[in-house]
Design a protein around this ligand. Structure first.
Ligand SMILES: C[S@@+](CC[C@H](N)C(=O)[O-])C[C@H]1O[C@@H](n2cnc3c(N)ncnc32)[C@H](O)[C@@H]1O
Length: 409
């Protein structure tokens, strides 16, 4: 029968091979035993001074990283292997090795060869690139962490969405700071963030954690939703994470929920139908330096298209229901982007989450420039609404800001 020491020696041999180890994870604890960290990850990294064993130990709130010199790797591994973790998962370029220690203390060792060899990533700043690490307290507070200390398989899509949002926020954070508080940025004048239509607030918290933990900015954030339960849940979670002095949730409509001061960054993610227009209009009126909006369903323009007669030369586009629907989606967001340009924003429209996960995957990112819209954009906008005989809700909401937004004429 395999004894635990022999099984641990097998794991150690795999961990010591600095050419083939891809990654190893120790997690869980043996019966009646305590472990100092809930999860420890190991990999070799190439630094300017040579190859090191990188040990990342996760406690409840953060990751502790150390790079172990070659001469003391044996000792570091002996210490780790003597710690009563109940699971070791080791990936090498050629096999996967799993050691589980049962409740009775028996080792169960499983080895499986790979069909195709894996490649080991030796970059040393991978953690930083991941933007919001899965060890962040947020994910355990949201119940997204499984018994092995990693993201639960059922929550991986949400985790990816969080990372996607952060990736899309990243390039405009500096705009929000410089066009917002600028050099006044401080605890007294933090970056102000508002999330309109925050729902269950996964993304509000993700943006907040990213801005405060990764970017280390002072932030005051407000989540707005018409549902009382969204406010209650958001405030509870903010309390659990100890951030309810800087992140609060209010119940109210996007149009007129109370928000203390003009925000520097406005989020509006999947706010239903024209609620996205309400959010964009409010953000424009606040003169928000940065707006990040992911539209949801688009019924309004769809209804207007159905009621109007399309230009004859385009009737094949709207002949089939599904195509008419998709066209209405595209038209709605193209008009939103144009309107934002007309009222003084630089606008990008991009993919939010991978279209395999949801068809509602467009994201509008707008940075206020205050520049006057060029004539070509205004003309193109006017001809589009006139040809298709539509009146975007956003244009109605901002009609006093530019003559081009007043009616179809
Ligand atoms: C599809 S959920 C999206 C939640 C979250 N932003 C996300 O992306 O995961 C849309 C949320 O917007 C809220 N909502 C829709 N219209 C609203 C309005 N006019 N005012 C305030 N909240 C609104 C809904 O109650 C719902 O919680």
């Amino acid at each position: 029968m395999l004894v635990l020491d022999d099984a641990l020696m097998t794991v150690k041999a795999a961990l010591l091979d600095n050419s083939s180890l891809v990654r190893a994870v120790a997690s869980g604890r043996r019966r009646n035993a305590l472990v100092p960290y809930r999860r420890v990850e190991l990999r070799y990294v190439d630094l300017a001074t040579g190859r090191r064993l990188q040990v990342t130990a996760y406690d409840e709130t953060q990751a502790h990283i150390r790079n172990v010199d070659e001469g003391v790797i044996q000792t570091a591994l002996d210490e780790l292997l003597a710690t009563p973790y109940s699971n070791w998962h080791v990936d090498t370029t050629t096999e996967t090795l799993q050691l589980r220690v049962t409740k009775k203390g028996r080792p169960m060792l499983h080895r499986a060869s790979r069909e195709t060899p894996a490649v080991a990533d030796r970059g040393h700043d991978r953690l930083k690139q991941r933007r919001l690490d899965e060890s962040d307290a947020l994910f355990s507070a949201l119940g997204m962490i499984g018994p092995d200390g990693g993201i639960k398989p059922t929550r991986r899509a949400k985790f990816r969405q969080v990372q996607d949002l952060i990736g899309l926020l990243e390039p405009v954070v500096d705009d929000a700071v410089t066009k917002g508080p600028g050099s006044d940025l401080s605890a007294e004048r933090p970056l102000r963030v508002v999330d309109l239509g925050c729902g269950n607030a996964y993304l509000t918290f993700a943006a907040f954690r990213y801005l405060t933990q990764v970017r280390e900015l002072p932030v005051q954030a407000t989540g707005v939703d018409v549902k009382a339960q969204a406010r209650a849940r958001g405030n509870d979670l903010a309390g659990i994470l100890g951030v309810n002095d800087r992140l609060r949730f209010v119940e109210g409509t996007i149009r007129d929920a109370p928000v203390d001061a003009s925000p520097d960054l406005v989020l509006a993610l999947h706010a239903c139908d024209t609620a996205t227009d309400d959010a964009l209009a409010r953000a424009v009126r606040w003169q928000a330096p940065v707006i990040v909006a992911a539209p949801c369903c688009h019924h309004d323009v769809q209804r207007q298209l159905a009621a109007s007669r399309p230009p004859d030369r385009y009737r094949l586009v709207t002949r089939h229901g599904i195509l008419a629907e998709r066209f209405a989606d595209v038209l709605t967001d193209a008009l939103r982007a144009a309107i934002l340009r007309i009222v003084g924003y630089r606008v990008e429209v991009m993919e939010f989450v991978d279209s395999r996960h949801t068809p509602r995957n467009v994201l509008i990112r707008a940075v206020r420039t205050g520049a006057t819209a060029d004539e070509a954009t205004v003309d193109a906008y006017r001809s589009l609404i006139e040809e298709w005989q539509v009146e975007p809700v956003l244009a109605v909401g901002l009609a006093d800001l530019h003559p081009a937004l007043r009616g179809r004429g």
